[in-house]
Design a protein. Sequence first.
Length: 572
Amino acid sequence: MNYQRKKRLGRLLCEKLYLDESGLNIALEEQKVQHERLGQILLRLGYVTQPQLNEALALQVGIEKIDLADISIGPEIITLVPAELVSKHSILPLRHENGRLAVAMTDPFKPQVIEDLRLVTGSPVRRYYAEPVQMEDSIMKFYGSNVARMLDNLVPIEQRPEAEMDMDNGDYSPARLSELAREPSLVNLVNLIILEAIEARASDIHIEPFEHQVKIKYRIDGILMEKAPSSKHLQAAIISRIKIMADMNIAERFVPQDGHIEFAGKNGRVDIRVSTVPTVFGESVELRLLDRTVSLIGLAELGMNAKSLEGFDQCLHKNNGIVLVTGPTGCGKTTTLYAALKKIYSPAVKMITIEDPVEYQLEGINQMPVNPKRGLTFAMGLRHILRQDPDIIMVGEIRDRETANIAIRAALTGHLVFSTLHTNDAPGAITRLIDMGVEPFLLASSLEAVLAQRLVRTICSNCKESYKPDETLLKSLNGSVDIKPYTEFYHGVGCNECMQSGMKGRTGIFEMLRITTTLRDLIAARPTTEQIIRAAPADHISMEHDGIAKVLEGITTPEEVLRVAKSIGEEE
């Protein structure tokens, strides 16, 4: 009987064309040996996906499939289930049916989720199966904009009879702020803001107070996007809630503070670095989202052209020397260094990093976070790292003369050193280090390469189409590269996938400067940036040229490259 039931599951998968007969027969033979459930065997063999299996299982046990395309859900149903539960488990409350709460689920076979729903809503649950793509769109439709609804519906705090004011400064007392920040409505609101940012692939959340409102912005693909603003009356409670989550002092509002939150996202843990600074209209809060569930990308996936990648790869396999990655904050320098360390990792080599903070944990590599409060700076940490007999060292950032000198001397004494520097371009890193006080002859002897980078947004593949750019743009590009008249350009017209922006995801544009014998002689003589550029090897390509090459490949747009190229020019 049990065998027949499992056979029916395979038959259902075949009828829906998710599985062919040969695959089913292989899985059934495997089952005779392994004594596993058929579904698990099919998943392990890669013959079906989890959503396909869930759909067939739902059909097998009589769970009805529901089409969410044109469904409408009342606000009283939406408020029953918290957004974090909806997003985490990919579920959607639909309506009440004969005393039961009807809920659409992409995986209706998780008893703990059904129990959580029953506890939260007080109602027994009737399960429906929904396709993952429809579920994602529906959650965004009904819950994605729920931050705005919650902001509109929360009762103004100053109208509540229990609101107590601190008469000395016209603000809420710390005890009252703590109480307000723990109210379920505020807890749900802040959780929803963070969840919405994670779903939107945001790297940062900015909460900025102004005279009459509090602006909420997400940084997505490097661009700030403003969301529904909050009324001024919620400012103190929202900021206090974030401070409580980050284990910060809610009573201190006139001194900058830093904190840390571990947030349970839909796919796993998200680390959040929190920073507050006092402004004229209250505290401004910045939350940096570090999603630990996102796997680090490889060196070949960063977007380097073949020549730059080959040159950078050669530097990674040197026995000693220093390799620098430069660019402004948020341009992906750490991601590049992590990709480099991953590529050259070997159990036979000791690798140690010192970072501020450790953004991602790398398997097999010793990583040390700086701690200025306890006196552990980059310079001090680097000094002690050298006593650990490392082969390869990564210094998160060279910020001062002392760190620069120790790093360069480490490179001269048989260590391969990687680090980052905040400079405009690759040649600028050399003059910056000399300006810091590094001896030019030491720099000339130790430096192997400088990689400068920026990030440009890529065209959304879902709404990509050809178009004719503005003539002024083409003239700007033609000033750098000869573009043929028949060249085809692409952009994104905007769709739900890219939130109507036409752009989704980012890639790097790079400038790789290899240090040749000619450049070593020049560096020892304290050169200017212009002299370094003129003496650069023939394969040296500027970031602007690399960006234009990506435009011609249909990866990004002329407007995007010129936007980034303009920011490079302004830094000069």
